[in-house]
Design a protein around this ligand. Structure first.
Ligand SMILES: NC(=O)c1ccc[n+]([C@@H]2O[C@H](COP(=O)([O-])OP(=O)(O)OC[C@H]3O[C@@H](n4cnc5c(N)ncnc54)[C@H](OP(=O)(O)O)[C@@H]3O)[C@@H](O)[C@H]2O)c1
Length: 146
């Protein structure tokens, strides 16, 4: 949802946008592809990247069965770690990695006023968001802006 609005917005601003999608493959002419479920990723053909914006993850909609919850968590945590590790290996890494998170980070806190300084809360989404953000560590340790 966000990427399909952001990509044309960036293109109108003169940026060249490369989409990293599970559907991409060399067979369909893509220069970047990945399979976050198996941590396979190929960024070999992308050239110089100014920034990477990471929005991929299993949709939250639908019934949260144990399997669905596993997909929600693994797609974000493992996918983010694979991407971060791949980015630090390319010859000229981007300066910036923007990784989505969510207000679920704060947990359900009723009427409590929350801002970016507020601590994380409790519950499944808060736990996912903490692990998801922490999975950017390989890029953060290499000095990427996050
Ligand atoms: N939309 C919101 O209001 C909102 C609010 C807070 C946080 N967020 C977070 O921001 C990110 C982007 O949101 P969005 O609404 O744009 O997401 P989305 O449209 O539901 O999903 C973005 C992309 O993730 C990929 N994807 C789907 N299932 C996946 C899986 N199991 N493993 C790996 N990739 C998968 C798909 O790309 P391909 O099929 O091309 O691989 C999909 O187009 C998400 O992580 C979301 O949790 C969104």
């Amino acid at each position: 949802m966000i990427g399909s609005a952001l990509a044309p917005f960036l293109a109108i601003g003169g940026h060249e946008v490369t989409k990293l999608s599970r559907a991409a493959s060399p067979a369909n002419g893509a220069n970047a592809w990945w399979n976050p479920a198996t941590s396979q990723i190929n960024l070999g053909g992308v050239g110089d990247l100014e920034a990477v914006i990471h929005l991929a993850g299993e949709p939250l909609g639908g019934r949260w069965s144990p399997t669905k919850k596993q997909r929600i968590r693994d797609s974000r945590v493992n996918g983010t770690r694979s991407l971060s590790e791949a980015l630090i290996r390319i010859p000229r890494p981007p300066k910036v990695l923007v990784c989505a998170s969510a207000t679920g980070f704060y947990g359900s806190r009723g009427d409590e006023l929350l801002d970016e300084q507020s601590a994380s809360g409790s519950g499944f989404l808060a736990e996912v968001c903490r692990a998801w953000e922490a999975a950017t560590a390989p890029a953060a340790e290499e000095g990427f802006g996050l």
